[in-house]
Design a protein around this ligand. Structure first.
Ligand code: AMP
Length: 328
C-alpha cells in the first residue's frame, strides 16, 4: 500500500501514521522527521533547512526531494509506505508522481484529514514527542498511559515540545498550508485518489475512520464536484460537498489525563491554547470576515465620460433646442 496522509499541521498525520505502521507494517516516511534528524545531526543539509523550519516556512524542494528519493529507495519502503508531510506543494506532488512512475509503483490513496482550526490550535499546544522512540502524544487528550515505558529505553517516555510548535511558527505554518499545500486536495481529487475523513475526535475514532477510508474505493474522478472554495479543507467535507466522509461508531475510548487539580489544569490548558491559537485564529477570523463579504470600503462613483460620438450628438441636440427656444 502506498498512501499519503494530507492535512494541516496538527491534524494527526503523524499519530495516525504511527498507528498504521503498527497495523499494516509499512514504514512512515515523514519529511519533518527526516529534516529534524538532519538538523539534530548538524549536517550541512540540516543547517540549510533549519531557518525555514524555525520560521514555519517550507524547506527548499530540492533538499526535500533528494531526501525522499533516497528514502523511497530503501528496502523497507519497497512493499509500501505512508507519506506524512510530503508532498507539501504542487511541484513536490508532480515530482513524486514522476518518481513513482519511474519505479512503476503508483499511489493507492491520498487521505485528507479534516479538522477545524480551533481544534488544531488545541492539538498543537498539547503535542509532545518522545525523544527516544519518536512517538507523538498529547498531554491533554492522549498522554502516555499510567506506567507506560518507551520501547527504545524501557524507561518512561521523555517528552519534549517541538520548537516550531509556538505561536508565530504555527500561524505561519497554517498560512503556508492554506497557500501551498491545500491545492493538492484538488490535484489528487482529479486523479481519483482522494478520500477525506473527519480527523476530530479521539485517536481511536480517527484510526477507525482511516481504516474504513482505506478500504473504500474513492469516488470516480469524473463525478467529483468542482474545486472546493478556500478553507474548505478545514470545514466538514460534507458541507464542502467534496468527498464522502468515512464514518464509524466510536471504536475507542478517549484517554483522559490524570488530574490532580482539574481546575488548575483547565486554566493552564486554556492559557496554552490561547497562546498558540490566538494569532492563527485572529488571522483566520479576519480572512473569514473578508470571505463572508465584509463590505469593501466605499468607492467614489466617477461618472464615465460618454464616448466621443455621443458627446458630440448631445452637444448638437442641445444647440438645436436652444435655437428652437430662441425662435419661439
Ligand atoms: P512537520 O513535522 O511535517 O510539521 O514538518 C516540520 C517542518 O519541516 C515544516 O514546517 C517545514 O519547515 C519542514 N518540512 C517538512 N516537510 C516538508 C516538505 N515536504 N517540504 C518542505 N518543507 C517541509
Amino acid at each position: 500500500m502506498r498512501i499519503i496522509l494530507l492535512g494541516p499541521p496538527g491534524s494527526g498525520k503523524g499519530t495516525q501514521s504511527q498507528r498504521l505502521v503498527e497495523r499494516v507494517g509499512i514504514p512512515q516516511i515523514s519529511t519533518g522527521d527526516l529534516l529534524r534528524a538532519a538538523v539534530a545531526k548538524g549536517s550541512a543539509l540540516g543547517l540549510r533547512a533549519k531557518a525555514a523550519m524555525d520560521a514555519g516556512g517550507l524547506v527548499d524542494d530540492e533538499i526535500v526531494l533528494d531526501m525522499i528519493r533516497e528514502r523511497l529507495a530503501e528496502p523497507d519502503a519497497q512493499p509500501g509506505f505512508i507519506l506524512d508531510g510530503f508532498p507539501r506543494n504542487l511541484a513536490q506532488a508532480r515530482a513524486l508522481d514522476g518518481m513513482l512512475k519511474d519505479l512503476g509503483k503508483p499511489l493507492d490513496a491520498v487521505v485528507l484529514m479534516d479538522v477545524d482550526y480551533g481544534e488544531l490550535a488545541r492539538r498543537i499546544s498539547g503535542r509532545r514527542t518522545c525523544q527516544d522512540c519518536g512517538r507523538v502524544f498529547n498531554v491533554f487528550t492522549s498522554p502516555p498511559a499510567e506506567g507506560e515505558t518507551c520501547p527504545k529505553t524501557g524507561a518512561p517516555h521523555r517528552l519534549f515540545q517541538r520548537s516550531d510548535d509556538n505561536e508565530n511558527a504555527v500561524a505561519e505554518r497554517l498560512r503556508v498550508y492554506d497557500e501551498k499545500t491545500r491545492p493538492l486536495v484538488d490535484f489528487y481529487r482529479r486523479q481519483g485518489l482522494l478520500r477525506a475523513i473527519q480527523a476530530a475526535g479521539t485517536v481511536d475514532d480517527v484510526a477507525s475512520r482511516l481504516r474504513v477510508a482505506l478500504e473504500t474505493s474513492p469516488p470516480p474522478a469524473s463525478v467529483t464536484p468542482p474545486p472546493s472554495p478556500p478553507r474548505a479543507a478545514h470545514r466538514s467535507p460534507t458541507k464542502a460537498g467534496a468527498v464522502p466522509v468515512a464514518r464509524r461508531g466510536a471504536a475507542g475510548r478517549e484517554v483522559v489525563p490524570k488530574r490532580k487539580s482539574p481546575k488548575r489544569k483547565s486554566v493552564n490548558r486554556a492559557k496554552s491554547e490561547r497562546a498558540i491559537g490566538a494569532k492563527a485564529v485572529r488571522a483566520r477570523g479576519a480572512k473569514a470576515a473578508r470571505a463572508k463579504g465584509a463590505k469593501p470600503a466605499p468607492t467614489r462613483r466617477v461618472k464615465a465620460a460618454p464616448p466621443r460620438g455621443v458627446k458630440a450628438a448631445r452637444a448638437k441636440g442641445a444647440k438645436r433646442a436652444r435655437t428652437k427656444r430662441g425662435a419661439r
